[in-house]
Design a protein around this ligand. Structure first.
Ligand SMILES: C[S@@+](CC[C@H](N)C(=O)[O-])C[C@H]1O[C@@H](n2cnc3c(N)ncnc32)[C@H](O)[C@@H]1O
Length: 323
């Protein structure tokens, strides 16, 4: 796909992006008809919202240091369920390395989206064989299931199908916008697969999620990714921010990385994972901390956690601490 000239978006394009956003923000998008009305709309999406989604994947995959699971030098089929324009697959290949990927499988209920993502990915990774599925299938051999920004579009029945698929995968990477409702859906999914799979991230433990306790109802599991610095100097992204009323600095993300039953958990349960943004005051801060014993709001003193208070100014995606 040729990169579209971002500066040339007209008012109809901005209106199309606004309408798409309204669909995405809808809590009841499940059962929606195909909203990809043209390849131009897919292109607009790919150059805007999808890029932001890509930055979330960058943060998740960088943080997870995904290569740790690929040191066995095995190669995997990647199945992108709800591929859209293919940004999640792009990021998985970039981070895991093309050598670890034997082939790419795309599945989207929109034929137009699947065509678009196939063209995009064939251009980006011409050496990796690619298959456009006409129905969902389970790959033979090692494989990874990826899902991105789809949970609120799945009906109950589709979600059951996705979970049954997930349980057959070697790994599942699932990235969603960091809203209360999408995070809560991922937490429910985690609960459903907990007996059958290993939770590799973001959790530090394999116990029930602490967010499920009544006192944590107002909270949700989310982290903040950082967009590339150039974005803040780029006139197009300034326009994007003004026209769509989106704060470029805020990239909330909720995610889940799962491994099949015998996968070794990566995190150490002696550490607590910081959720969301801390509230920093003079000399101290309130942090929402997740650990095996639960999720709690904890007051930390700056003098005891100097590097944490300093790091938070530049890297707010995720941190774990020993209390
Ligand atoms: C918000 S878009 C996200 C696209 C892409 N994953 C991304 O992160 O940019 C959701 C995509 O999921 C697709 N989709 C929704 N429900 C689906 C289903 N049951 N099976 C396959 N694709 C589905 C839509 O057609 C759309 O392309």
């Amino acid at each position: 796909m040729d990169k579209m000239n971002q500066e040339k978006l007209n008012s109809a394009d901005w209106e199309s992006l606004k309408s798409l956003r309204t669909i995405f923000l809808s809590e009841t998008a499940g059962g929606q008809k195909d909203y990809w009305s043209s390849s131009h709309l897919l292109e607009l999406y790919h150059e805007t919202f999808a890029q932001r989604i890509g930055w979330k994947w960058d943060a998740v995959l960088k943080d997870f240091s995904a290569k740790a699971i690929f040191n066995k030098k095995e190669s995997y089929t990647v199945l992108d369920y709800g591929s859209g324009t293919g940004i999640a697959t792009e990021k998985i290949v970039e981070h895991l390395g093309a050598d670890n990927i034997s082939d790419l499988w795309l599945w989207d209920k929109s034929r137009q989206a699947m065509e678009f993502s196939a063209q995009n990915l064939e251009k980006r990774f011409p050496k990796i064989p690619l298959t456009k599925l006409s129905e969902v299938q389970v790959p033979g051999g090692n494989w990874i299931l990826i899902l991105s920004h789809i949970v609120n579009e799945l009906s109950k029945k589709e979600l059951i199908e996705v979970l049954s698929l997930a349980e057959k995968a070697d790994y599942v990477f699932w990235v969603e916008p960091g809203t209360h409702s999408t995070s809560r859906r991922l937490i429910e999914i985690r609960k459903k697969v907990l007996e059958k799979m290993v939770v590799l991230a973001p959790c530090q433990h394999q116990k029930a999620c602490g967010m499920l306790s009544a006192k944590n109802e107002p909270h949700w599991c989310h982290h903040f990714a950082s967009p590339p610095q150039e974005v803040f100097q780029h006139s197009f992204w300034g326009l994007f921010s003004r026209n769509l009323n989106i704060d470029l600095r805020s990239l909330p993300v909720s995610y889940l990385i799962l491994g099949k039953k015998d996968t070794q958990a990566l995190a150490t349960s002696s550490e607590a994972r910081i959720i969301g943004r801390p509230r920093l005051y003079k000399g101290n801060g309130k942090f929402l901390l997740c650990e095996e014993s639960g999720v709690d709001d904890v007051l930390l003193l700056e003098k005891n956690h100097r590097s944490l208070f300093k790091d938070y100014k530049k890297d707010i995606f995720s941190k774990s601490i020993v209390k």
